[in-house]
Design a protein around this ligand. Structure first.
Ligand SMILES: *Cc1c(COP(=O)(O)O)cnc(C)c1O
Length: 385
């Protein structure tokens, strides 16, 4: 209540993206919706029910605390998978609640066997292998030791998946590295098959890999950024367009998020006056300004001072002066009769014009991923469309 801005989540756009991606990957590929980072800023509690409406029943998070949050929103037939951090207390909670989680070292495997034994419940695990990213994952040379430990503890373990993660599938520059990762991963799968390890899923692909390298889809994909209507990077988008002979404006993905505020006050400032703190902006002429109650504490980066753009009255208008903690000032001289209370679009569309997450990210030198996940939780999210 009483917030100075709001974030809109467009249900139609989200459903469009899920349908497009699921059709593209086909019926044999399970779709895991990645909802880490507060569902890339969209809000776990908003995205989970909308995804379930569209038939998604698997969700991936980074940590047990995110799983805990997702657990309170999911319906009974959906599954949550933790791809990263779980401490011992979290591990026990995961096992008790049928939350799937990655095993990337022996310490966690041993702890899991011990806790699952104590709880008399099978832990649902995904074995993550090191294939060249060098972040987390079990090295191939430890495979025999790992598998014999797993096979002798099948009363406490259920191997749900065998997985890995690519070190930057969105860039052609990483192609050789990704190819080598695929090779190692496939070799690991062959070895595991030979050892007769029972498992259900093979998964390696994030959005970029699933789009660029269809063979990495296997029987499950972990899709984050694309379901929110954004491409992993521009390169992925351009290559996809050219490979499918589409037109530039045929983007099959639709942005789900918009961020809006309202004009807080307006005034006219004569020429040769500094605007806001300090001396970074001097008016050249009589200038009509509007104050917008959004600043860096709301996630509007201070580096957008004298650089950012917002939309008022269907026009793109520049941020002038420094972005403050809770406010920014914009030059609305070119817009007819701006009134207090008029809509201000920070990300989204207004009268057919658009400020994309991408343009916003570019100006702040950030990835779309970072722009989205930095949107503060305290800004209310509303579902539209
Ligand atoms: C974040 C993440 C994904 C999803 O990545 P997108 O590029 O957003 O699709 C998939 N797998 C792992 C292990 C991740 O950490």
């Amino acid at each position: 209540m009483f917030h100075s801005s709001k974030i809109e989540i467009n249900k139609k756009a989200f459903h469009n993206n899920l349908n497009y991606l699921k059709n593209r990957f086909g019926p044999d590929v399970k779709f895991s919706s990645v909802i880490k980072g507060n569902a890339y800023g969209h809000g776990i509690e908003n995205i989970v029910p909308l995804a379930e409406e569209a038939g998604v029943d698997h969700f991936s998070v980074f940590s047990a605390d995110e799983a805990y949050q997702a657990q309170s929103c999911i319906s009974t037939n959906s599954t949550i998978m933790v791809m990263g951090f779980v401490d011992d207390a979290g591990l026990e909670w995961c096992i008790e609640n049928d939350i799937e989680f990655y095993i990337f070292d022996f310490e966690r495997l041993e702890k899991t066997i011990q806790l699952a034994g104590k709880l008399k419940k099978k832990a649902r695990i995904h074995l993550e292998f090191e294939t060249g990213m060098h972040r987390t994952g079990i090295e191939e040379h430890l495979l025999d030791r790992l598998i014999s430990l797993v096979l002798s503890n099948l009363d406490t373990l259920e191997i749900v998946g065998i997985c890995t993660h690519f070190a930057g599938a969105e860039s052609v520059t990483n192609y050789l590295r990704i190819k080598e990762q695929m090779k190692i991963y496939n070799r690991i799968i062959r070895k595991i098959r030979k050892l007769n390890v029972p498992f259900e899923r093979l998964h390696s692909a994030c959005s970029a890999a699933a789009i660029r390298y269809p063979r990495t889809r296997l029987n499950m994909v972990r899709i984050g950024i694309a379901q929110y209507g954004l491409w992993p990077n521009r390169e992925t988008f351009m290559l996809d367009l050219s490979s499918n002979d589409k037109e530039i404006n045929d983007d099959p993905l639709q942005r789900v998020i918009s961020w809006k505020s309202k004009v807080m006050s307006t005034k006219e400032v004569p020429k040769n006056q500094f605007i806001g703190y300090g001396t970074t902006y001097l008016t050249n002429t009589n200038t009509q300004i509007a104050t917008v109650p959004v600043g860096y504490s709301h996630g509007f980066n201070r580096s957008l001072s004298n650089l950012g753009r917002v939309m008022v009255g269907g026009k793109r208008v520049p941020v002038i002066g420094l972005v403050n903690m809770n406010m920014m000032i914009v030059d609305v001289t070119t817009v007819d009769s701006v009134q207090k209370g008029d809509e201000v679009v920070i990300i989204g569309s207004q009268k057919g014009k658009d400020i994309s997450v991408g343009s916003f990210s570019e100006l702040t030198n950030k990835l779309n991923y970072e722009t989205l996940t930095r949107l503060p939780r305290h800004i209310p999210r509303v579902i539209t469309g």
